[in-house]
Ligand binder design. Sequence first.
Ligand code: C2E
Ligand code: CA
Ligand code: CA
Length: 463
Amino acid sequence: MMIKDFNVDKTQKDRSDISYITEIRKYKEEFKYMTFYDALTGLPNYAMLKNEINKLIDKKEKKDKFAITYIDIDNFKYINDTLGHKVGDEFLKYIANNLNAEIEAPNLVARLGGDEFAIIFSDIQSNELLLEKIERIKHNTSKTWSVNKYQFFVSMSIGVVIYPDNGDNITTLFKNADIAMYAAKREGKDKVLFYKKELSENNLWHIQMAHKIQSGIENEEFKLYYQPQFKLNTGEIIGVEALVRWIHPKEGFIPPMEFIPLAEETGQIYSIERWIIKNALQQKKQWEEQGLNHLELSINLSSKTLTSKVNFQQIEDLILSFNVDYSKVTLEITETAIISNVEPVIERLNRLKKKGLKIALDDFGTGYSSLTHLKKLPIDIIKLDRSFIDSIVENSKDTMIVKYMLSLAHDLKYKVVAEGIETREQLKYLKKHYCDSGQGYLLSKPLCKEEVNKLVKASFKFN
Ligand code: C2E
Ligand code: CA
Ligand code: CA
């Protein structure tokens, strides 16, 4: 909607005809509409929401409670990135309509901007009933959305604050609602969380950590280690998996599980991953120059990168700029990326496969997919998760599962890599059942590049 010029011609101002007054009234209404309503969805906007909350705070006796919920659509960025903003806008309208259909006065739903919405509940009786109501709204709103030939499973992360328990002014309430909403995302999304004090403390830790990661990126505090992978029937090293290490100047070693999930959340993973890929492939090039052409290299690729059109393209260009033997490079991906967005992910992986790269499915057995279901994905290698290997102990029933998975994987023509081999017993069992290759502390811990060089040059074999 265009903003109209209110400084109407002076001569018109003296006119007192009806049409002029009606026009002014219309302008005023349009102006009010623009100030208090969202142009895309027609829902009340942030300004209106603030007004309404201030009214409630002014009006209410301190004991009268009301709730504000912050709603953020999970993975909305993905829709925007892959299908463009126009489709993204359609999606937001769809969500707005769904939400609006669930809300009755005096409650109110507003769009805060982007993919964020908020609801004020001014008629709450108890937190339990409120939670029930929010869960119901969430359920009714989270229907599958179809566009072109795509289907999206809609889910949302929701943070809730109660006035006056979680804040007696609008600033604190908004801040805490935001904290609760982010905590819901962090706990795996598709969730409703009520604010509590511990969330703030946790949040502070996350903010500090995100700053630390940033300076870690700028100061190049990361280092790559390589865990050797062995062919089980001969004992030879066939390749290495690159694993990132963060050596913080003050705090020392920070394990990847402590910063990768957070970096994925903040988007910092993209720059970390570019750094990892650049360094790993430079190392591969060096190994080739030293005559170690046979050494294969596996690199982990986060689901975030795999599901982001723009970031994947950058990574793809980067990978292909190294001119190494790509048939000896594997990308390790996890199921989370494929489950919700099968088609674009398959297309991206196939582009890399055309250049010779192989794709490994990491942590297999921890997710939801069955082996047969995976058949339509362009995967060459299955990495059996450590938890399975752990279960290999004498006479354990779980051990049978490993045997069954190995034979099924082979029938389906996958190569299998066992992860986290720690005991001789596990190794023996895996060899007996024709597991192709493996890695684990029993065989070798992750090593720095110099140690890898020594091992490979000495033609180290385990037995
Ligand atoms: P992952 O890809 O499953 O990596 C294997 C993890 O198991 C590594 O932990 C490795 O050090 C550890 N490990 C290897 N052998 C054994 C064993 O015998 N016993 C036990 N208990 N553990 C073993 P790490 O390096 O701490 O990495 C943890 C996770 O962090 C990785 O799991 C991966 O998901 C992520 N990660 C690590 N490096 C990268 C990276 O460069 N990029 C990305 N995107 N993620 C990474
Ligand atoms: Ca891995
Ligand atoms: Ca793994």
